[in-house]
Design a protein around this ligand. Structure first.
Ligand SMILES: N[C@@H](CCC(=O)N[C@@H](CS)C(=O)NCC(=O)O)C(=O)O
Length: 208
Protein backbone atom coordinates (compact mmCIF):
# COMPACT_ATOMS: atom_id res chain seq x y z
CA UNK A 1 0.00 0.00 0.00
CA UNK A 2 1.60 3.26 -1.16
CA UNK A 3 0.80 5.99 1.44
CA UNK A 4 0.74 8.61 -1.34
CA UNK A 5 -2.11 6.90 -3.16
CA UNK A 6 -5.70 8.06 -2.68
CA UNK A 7 -7.84 5.64 -0.66
CA UNK A 8 -11.37 4.83 -1.79
CA UNK A 9 -13.86 3.37 0.70
CA UNK A 10 -16.31 1.31 -1.31
CA UNK A 11 -19.28 -1.06 -1.12
CA UNK A 12 -19.89 -3.27 -4.16
CA UNK A 13 -22.67 -1.91 -6.37
CA UNK A 14 -23.14 1.29 -4.31
CA UNK A 15 -22.63 4.97 -5.28
CA UNK A 16 -18.87 4.55 -4.61
CA UNK A 17 -18.83 2.57 -7.87
CA UNK A 18 -18.87 5.94 -9.65
CA UNK A 19 -15.51 6.80 -8.11
CA UNK A 20 -14.07 3.33 -8.65
CA UNK A 21 -15.13 3.45 -12.31
CA UNK A 22 -13.54 6.91 -12.72
CA UNK A 23 -10.27 5.80 -11.10
CA UNK A 24 -10.24 2.77 -13.41
CA UNK A 25 -10.90 4.97 -16.46
CA UNK A 26 -7.95 7.13 -15.33
CA UNK A 27 -5.79 4.03 -14.81
CA UNK A 28 -4.89 5.69 -11.49
CA UNK A 29 -2.98 4.11 -8.65
CA UNK A 30 -5.21 3.91 -5.59
CA UNK A 31 -5.99 1.77 -2.56
CA UNK A 32 -9.43 0.20 -2.35
CA UNK A 33 -10.97 -0.45 1.07
CA UNK A 34 -14.13 -2.54 0.74
CA UNK A 35 -16.90 -2.57 3.34
CA UNK A 36 -19.91 -4.85 3.74
CA UNK A 37 -23.18 -3.06 3.09
CA UNK A 38 -24.69 -1.88 5.40
CA UNK A 39 -23.05 -3.43 8.48
CA UNK A 40 -19.49 -2.38 7.70
CA UNK A 41 -20.57 1.26 7.45
CA UNK A 42 -21.46 1.30 11.18
CA UNK A 43 -17.84 0.67 12.17
CA UNK A 44 -16.61 3.54 14.44
CA UNK A 45 -13.36 3.98 12.46
CA UNK A 46 -15.35 4.36 9.27
CA UNK A 47 -17.81 6.71 11.01
CA UNK A 48 -14.89 8.98 11.89
CA UNK A 49 -14.39 9.49 8.15
CA UNK A 50 -18.05 9.51 7.16
CA UNK A 51 -20.36 10.91 9.85
CA UNK A 52 -23.47 9.73 7.96
CA UNK A 53 -21.92 6.29 7.52
CA UNK A 54 -22.15 6.41 3.74
CA UNK A 55 -19.93 5.53 0.81
CA UNK A 56 -18.08 6.75 -1.12
CA UNK A 57 -15.31 8.26 0.96
CA UNK A 58 -12.12 9.32 -0.77
CA UNK A 59 -9.06 10.14 1.34
CA UNK A 60 -6.42 11.95 -0.68
CA UNK A 61 -3.65 13.26 1.57
CA UNK A 62 -5.36 15.71 3.94
CA UNK A 63 -8.57 15.79 1.91
CA UNK A 64 -11.53 13.64 2.95
CA UNK A 65 -14.48 13.82 0.56
CA UNK A 66 -17.77 11.95 0.76
CA UNK A 67 -20.03 13.09 -2.09
CA UNK A 68 -19.54 11.15 -5.31
CA UNK A 69 -20.17 14.22 -7.52
CA UNK A 70 -17.64 16.32 -5.62
CA UNK A 71 -15.11 13.48 -5.75
CA UNK A 72 -15.54 13.13 -9.53
CA UNK A 73 -14.95 16.85 -10.06
CA UNK A 74 -12.04 16.88 -7.56
CA UNK A 75 -10.26 13.94 -9.19
CA UNK A 76 -10.68 15.33 -12.72
CA UNK A 77 -9.36 18.72 -11.60
CA UNK A 78 -6.46 17.56 -9.46
CA UNK A 79 -5.39 14.97 -12.09
CA UNK A 80 -6.05 17.50 -14.88
CA UNK A 81 -8.15 15.04 -16.85
CA UNK A 82 -9.72 17.51 -19.24
CA UNK A 83 -10.65 14.62 -21.51
CA UNK A 84 -13.12 13.57 -18.78
CA UNK A 85 -14.26 17.04 -17.58
CA UNK A 86 -14.34 20.26 -19.65
CA UNK A 87 -12.19 23.06 -18.22
CA UNK A 88 -13.56 26.45 -17.09
CA UNK A 89 -14.24 28.46 -20.26
CA UNK A 90 -15.06 25.39 -22.35
CA UNK A 91 -18.56 25.73 -23.85
CA UNK A 92 -19.39 22.20 -22.67
CA UNK A 93 -18.56 22.91 -19.02
CA UNK A 94 -21.99 24.20 -17.83
CA UNK A 95 -23.91 21.26 -19.29
CA UNK A 96 -21.27 18.86 -17.91
CA UNK A 97 -21.92 20.25 -14.42
CA UNK A 98 -25.66 19.97 -15.02
CA UNK A 99 -25.27 16.25 -15.86
CA UNK A 100 -22.96 15.64 -12.90
CA UNK A 101 -25.65 16.88 -10.52
CA UNK A 102 -28.56 15.42 -12.47
CA UNK A 103 -26.97 12.07 -11.60
CA UNK A 104 -28.11 12.44 -7.99
CA UNK A 105 -31.57 13.79 -8.97
CA UNK A 106 -31.97 10.51 -10.83
CA UNK A 107 -30.32 8.25 -8.22
CA UNK A 108 -32.57 9.59 -5.45
CA UNK A 109 -35.55 7.88 -7.14
CA UNK A 110 -34.30 4.26 -7.20
CA UNK A 111 -32.73 4.96 -3.77
CA UNK A 112 -36.20 5.70 -2.35
CA UNK A 113 -37.56 2.47 -3.86
CA UNK A 114 -34.53 0.50 -2.61
CA UNK A 115 -34.74 1.89 0.94
CA UNK A 116 -38.41 0.93 1.07
CA UNK A 117 -37.60 -2.57 -0.16
CA UNK A 118 -34.82 -3.19 2.38
CA UNK A 119 -36.03 -1.21 5.41
CA UNK A 120 -39.84 -1.26 5.53
CA UNK A 121 -41.88 -4.43 6.10
CA UNK A 122 -44.29 -5.06 3.24
CA UNK A 123 -47.43 -4.40 5.29
CA UNK A 124 -46.13 -0.95 6.33
CA UNK A 125 -45.23 0.26 2.82
CA UNK A 126 -47.24 3.04 1.23
CA UNK A 127 -48.34 1.95 -2.24
CA UNK A 128 -49.35 5.53 -3.29
CA UNK A 129 -45.89 6.78 -2.27
CA UNK A 130 -44.15 3.96 -4.16
CA UNK A 131 -46.30 4.63 -7.22
CA UNK A 132 -45.37 8.31 -7.06
CA UNK A 133 -41.64 7.46 -6.96
CA UNK A 134 -42.06 5.02 -9.89
CA UNK A 135 -43.80 7.73 -11.93
CA UNK A 136 -41.07 10.27 -11.08
CA UNK A 137 -38.44 7.73 -12.11
CA UNK A 138 -40.22 7.09 -15.42
CA UNK A 139 -40.40 10.86 -16.08
CA UNK A 140 -36.66 11.31 -15.43
CA UNK A 141 -35.77 8.32 -17.63
CA UNK A 142 -37.97 9.56 -20.48
CA UNK A 143 -36.18 12.91 -20.29
CA UNK A 144 -32.78 11.22 -20.36
CA UNK A 145 -33.86 8.98 -23.24
CA UNK A 146 -34.83 12.07 -25.26
CA UNK A 147 -31.54 13.82 -24.52
CA UNK A 148 -29.59 10.82 -25.78
CA UNK A 149 -31.40 10.64 -29.10
CA UNK A 150 -28.79 10.90 -31.88
CA UNK A 151 -25.88 11.05 -29.40
CA UNK A 152 -23.30 8.45 -28.46
CA UNK A 153 -22.71 10.02 -25.03
CA UNK A 154 -24.35 12.70 -22.87
CA UNK A 155 -22.34 15.50 -24.42
CA UNK A 156 -22.12 14.23 -27.98
CA UNK A 157 -19.54 11.88 -29.47
CA UNK A 158 -17.08 11.93 -26.56
CA UNK A 159 -17.35 9.94 -23.34
CA UNK A 160 -16.77 11.97 -20.14
CA UNK A 161 -17.04 11.55 -16.38
CA UNK A 162 -20.64 12.84 -16.64
CA UNK A 163 -21.46 9.52 -18.35
CA UNK A 164 -19.98 7.75 -15.32
CA UNK A 165 -22.08 9.75 -12.84
CA UNK A 166 -25.36 9.31 -14.72
CA UNK A 167 -24.45 5.81 -15.96
CA UNK A 168 -24.26 4.61 -12.37
CA UNK A 169 -27.71 6.12 -11.69
CA UNK A 170 -29.05 4.19 -14.64
CA UNK A 171 -27.53 0.98 -13.30
CA UNK A 172 -29.35 1.66 -10.01
CA UNK A 173 -32.62 2.50 -11.81
CA UNK A 174 -32.47 -0.64 -13.95
CA UNK A 175 -33.24 -2.63 -10.82
CA UNK A 176 -36.77 -1.19 -10.96
CA UNK A 177 -37.54 -0.59 -14.64
CA UNK A 178 -37.11 -2.37 -17.95
CA UNK A 179 -34.77 -0.42 -20.22
CA UNK A 180 -36.64 -1.69 -23.29
CA UNK A 181 -39.03 1.20 -22.75
CA UNK A 182 -36.19 3.69 -23.25
CA UNK A 183 -34.34 2.59 -26.43
CA UNK A 184 -31.81 5.44 -26.77
CA UNK A 185 -31.00 5.13 -23.10
CA UNK A 186 -30.54 1.38 -23.45
CA UNK A 187 -28.12 1.85 -26.38
CA UNK A 188 -26.04 4.37 -24.44
CA UNK A 189 -25.96 2.10 -21.39
CA UNK A 190 -24.91 -0.82 -23.60
CA UNK A 191 -22.02 1.33 -24.86
CA UNK A 192 -20.97 2.13 -21.27
CA UNK A 193 -21.15 -1.51 -20.23
CA UNK A 194 -18.63 -2.49 -22.91
CA UNK A 195 -15.95 -0.21 -21.47
CA UNK A 196 -13.15 -2.16 -19.75
CA UNK A 197 -13.25 0.22 -16.75
CA UNK A 198 -16.99 -0.47 -16.29
CA UNK A 199 -16.36 -4.22 -16.31
CA UNK A 200 -13.57 -3.78 -13.75
CA UNK A 201 -15.74 -1.69 -11.40
CA UNK A 202 -19.09 -3.50 -11.19
CA UNK A 203 -19.58 -6.94 -9.67
CA UNK A 204 -19.56 -9.46 -12.55
CA UNK A 205 -23.28 -10.28 -12.16
CA UNK A 206 -24.16 -6.63 -12.92
CA UNK A 207 -21.79 -6.19 -15.83
CA UNK A 208 -23.48 -8.82 -18.02
N1 LIG B 1 -25.15 11.85 -2.41
C1 LIG B 1 -24.25 10.82 -1.96
C2 LIG B 1 -25.06 9.58 -1.59
C3 LIG B 1 -24.21 8.54 -0.88
C4 LIG B 1 -25.08 7.38 -0.42
O1 LIG B 1 -26.25 7.54 -0.05
N2 LIG B 1 -24.50 6.17 -0.41
C5 LIG B 1 -25.25 5.00 -0.01
C6 LIG B 1 -24.85 3.80 -0.85
S1 LIG B 1 -25.42 3.93 -2.50
C7 LIG B 1 -24.92 4.64 1.42
O2 LIG B 1 -23.77 4.64 1.79
N3 LIG B 1 -25.95 4.34 2.23
C8 LIG B 1 -25.78 3.89 3.57
C9 LIG B 1 -26.82 4.49 4.47
O3 LIG B 1 -27.60 5.33 4.02
O4 LIG B 1 -26.81 4.10 5.63
C10 LIG B 1 -23.25 10.52 -3.09
O5 LIG B 1 -23.58 10.76 -4.26
O6 LIG B 1 -22.13 10.09 -2.80
Amino acid sequence: MNPDNPVLHHCAGSRSTRVLWLLNEMEADFTLVEHDFPKGLRDPDFRALSPLGRVPVLVDGAQVLSESGAIIQYLCETRQRWDLMPQIGDALRPSWLQWLHFAETLAALPAALFQTEVSIPEEQRSEPMLELERRRLDKALKYLNKQLNGRSYLQGENFSAADIAVGYSLFFSSRFVSLEEYPDLAEWYGRLKRRPAFLKSFPAKFAA
